[in-house]
Design a protein around this ligand. Structure first.
Ligand code: SF4
Ligand code: SF4
Length: 415
């Protein structure tokens, strides 16, 4: 049944030079611009329970995945890490670099947006760097107040092969490209007389999605990912913070918050049953909370999984087409079809709409916590096995523990 349109969102075209697009938002999925939020609760949780990067807080399973990766995936990941390392290192010190030009004091918002689009970023928006979302280990590192949120599109065709090595090439290849483009954008900001600090997509300094939502670049989907107008969750996101004068963009209601409740495709198709139907209030925002422990084992064993990205109609068809179809018919474009919902799950074969792979309970047993938690767990298992550790093993345990604690427990680059 056709729907009444509440408002029409106008956004820039997919790539630089494309005409603007219009996205009609039906009245019955209109909620609020951005996300439903209780500001005082966001502030409370950020103070009382500050967030830490998964590179640290979930380091145990990030290390464990290397023990179960296929030879091909491990080799590819090592090559990616080698390419990525200098990009992450350059980002880490980028905020210390001096400007190379002379500031004029003019508002640089549109100049920087244009430059970002010319460089190839599909989305570019401006907002306050909300320190409430900065990870504990990065609090002192973050220097500037204004955030430039940018997104690079991951290849469309490769993404549709998810889960697969080909899609992993697209995923990590996009991050490599993005790391290099961020250096160019930061150089440009310095040439205009201002400072720029790169927040790498491979060494996240904060939860970036809230800033992207605040800058109007999309809304949070039920799959836990930013749904951007053209790419859905194929948007690979990163930020630059700066002291350059800019004007903040505003959050937008694309209708996604409520549309996801109608759609539910990712929730129903998730092989790990890691996505949940109902929204909850979590750290001051209303969202669908992903169950990490049900997702991670699937991701690790099935080429990064990401079925939740593949089956999302916004990713597949783009927001304008999906919202136009919803307004015209009241239905979710592609829902219930093999085209949208079907996927091949490595050796397990093809799963069409309504079909899901089954896993045993053991499948979901993974190490939890930080690196030292995993190390202690292994040592405990050794003791419990009845075979006392040798002196050499005990010394090796102590050395490894010291090494982990000394370097701050970080295993950068596993996202
Ligand atoms: S990556 Fe796979 S297991 Fe994890 S939430 Fe997405 S679909 Fe589910
Ligand atoms: S698949 Fe549907 S429910 Fe899931 S994020 Fe995409 S639009 Fe939302």
């Amino acid at each position: 049944m056709a729907k009444t349109v509440s408002h029409v969102v106008t956004r820039p075209g997919r790539v630089h030079g494309d005409a603007d697009v219009q996205i009609p938002v039906a009245e019955d999925i209109t909620t609020v611009p951005g996300i439903r939020m209780r500001e005082e609760d966001v502030s409370f949780y950020s103070r009382a329970y500050p967030q830490e990067t998964q590179n640290i807080d979930k380091a145990a399973d990030r290390r464990w995945v290397w023990t179960i990766y296929s030879e091909e995936l491990a080799g590819f990941r090592k090559r990616h890490d080698a390419i990525n390392e200098p990009l992450v290192d350059a980002a880490a010190v980028s905020g210390d670099l001096e400007p190379t030009g002379t500031p004029t004091g003019e508002d640089l918002t549109e100049k920087l947006r244009l430059k970002a689009r010319e460089l190839g970023f599909g989305e570019a928006g401006f907002t306050k760097m909300d320190r409430r979302h900065v990870y504990t280990s990065k609090k002192r590192w973050v220097k500037f107040e204004h955030a430039i949120c940018v997104a690079l599109e991951q290849d469309y065709l490769q993404t549709q092969t998810l889960p697969s090595m080909e899609a992993e090439f697209a995923h990590f290849g996009t991050y490599e490209m993005e790391g290099a483009l961020l250096l160019d954008l930061a150089d440009y900001i310095r040439s205009l007389g201002y400072r720029a600090q790169i927040h790498s997509p491979n060494d996240n300094s904060a939860a970036y999605i809230p800033m992207f939502v605040a800058a109007g670049l999309g809304q949070l989907g039920a799959n836990g990912q930013l749904l951007s107008p053209h790419f859905g969750s194929r948007a690979r996101i990163a930020m630059i913070t700066t002291d350059a004068p800019v004007t903040y963009d505003q959050p937008i209601d694309y209708g996604i918050h409520q549309f996801c409740q109608e759609c539910q495709v990712c929730v129903n198709r998730c092989p790990g049953r890691a996505l949940v139907r109902d929204k909850v209030w979590w750290r001051g925002v209303e969202k669908n909370k992903l169950i990490y422990e049900r997702c991670r084992p699937v991701m690790a064993r099935y080429d990064g999984c990401a079925v939740c990205m593949k089956v999302c109609p916004i990713q597949r068809f783009g927001m304008p087409a999906v919202m136009e179809h919803y307004v015209a018919t009241g239905e979710v474009l592609g829902k219930g079809t093999d085209l949208l919902e079907g996927y091949t799950f490595l050796e397990r074969g093809y799963f069409g709409p309504g079909e899901l792979p089954q896993f045993s309970r053991d499948f979901f047993e993974i190490p939890h916590g930080r690196n030292e938690d995993w190390l202690f767990q292994q040592f405990k298992e050794k003791l419990m096995s009845g075979v006392a550790p040798t002196q050499e093993e005990a010394v090796s345990f102590a050395k490894e523990l010291h090494g982990i604690l000394a370097k701050g427990n970080s295993t950068i680059g596993d996202e």
